[in-house]
Design a protein around this ligand. Structure first.
Ligand SMILES: N[C@@H](CCC(=O)N[C@@H](CS)C(=O)NCC(=O)O)C(=O)O
Length: 211
């Protein structure tokens, strides 16, 4: 059976969990804390990051965007990536923005782990601008349509839904809910899907010293 190394707060792992669930692909969920030395992630990914999808022959795929491409190639139905090339590019662009927001949140998270006198206000402001700018771009792209790209649920919805819910875990004070009612409505619709409801992100306890 397929195995997925995942962490409970990880938006990157949640993208993969949702894609597997939407395609009804069975897998064993291995929950780890990737920041702790106890993680088996480095055995399967030289970059030491999860998610990692492990195949029955022991080979692995890592990097959420790449994993989603592998899943789409191996299990094309139901399609999550639009067949139309322009819609596909539009969905990929949304993924770039959503991943970029998550990356900025991770950098903010670790900066805030430093002693207060060591934290860089400039670095925090830089990452905050990326989060704000990315959310503005997502709100414009999502508009008021039912789905972010095209006429059906797909990749763009998965990545937008995961980044929005991730903000509640890593950046709960962010005012996106009062800024972007269209994203609030979209998030509520998406979180009602079984694939989203079965993978709600929650924080983890990190035991090792990371920064
Ligand atoms: N770009 C990567 C990001 C993955 C990532 O940052 N994963 C985090 C957990 S959310 C991780 O494993 N971090 C451990 C580390 O960087 O050492 C992806 O999309 O898969």
């Amino acid at each position: 059976m397929l195995k997925l190394i995942s962490a409970t707060p990880s938006p990157y792992a949640r993208k993969v969990r949702i894609a597997l669930a939407e395609k009804d692909i069975p897998f064993e969920l291995i929950t780890e804390v990737p920041w702790d030395s106890t993680t088996q992630t480095p055995r399967h990914n030289p970059l030491e990051k999860l998610p990692v999808l492990i195949f029955e022959d022991g080979s692995s795929a890592y990097e959420s965007r790449y994993i989603l491409e592998v899943i789409e190639a191996k299990w094309p139905e139901p399609a999550l990536v639009p067949a139309d090339p322009w819609e596909r590019l539009a969905a990929r662009k949304v993924e770039v923005i959503a991943d970029g927001i998550c990356d900025a949140c991770v950098l903010l998270f670790w900066e805030r782990h430093r002693a207060p006198e060591q934290q860089s206000a400039e670095w925090i402001a830089r990452q905050r601008r990326k989060v704000d700018g990315g959310l503005r771009a997502l709100a414009e792209t999502a508009g008021r349509r039912e789905w972010v790209v095209g006429e059906r649920f797909g990749l763009a919805d998965i990545v937008t839904g995961t980044v929005l819910r991730y903000l509640d875990v890593r950046f709960p004070e962010h005012p996106w809910r009062s800024q972007y009612p269209n994203l609030v409505a979209l998030s509520a619709r998406l979180e009602a899907r079984p694939s989203f409801a079965g993978s709600v992100p929650v924080p983890q306890v990190i035991s090792d010293k990371v920064v």
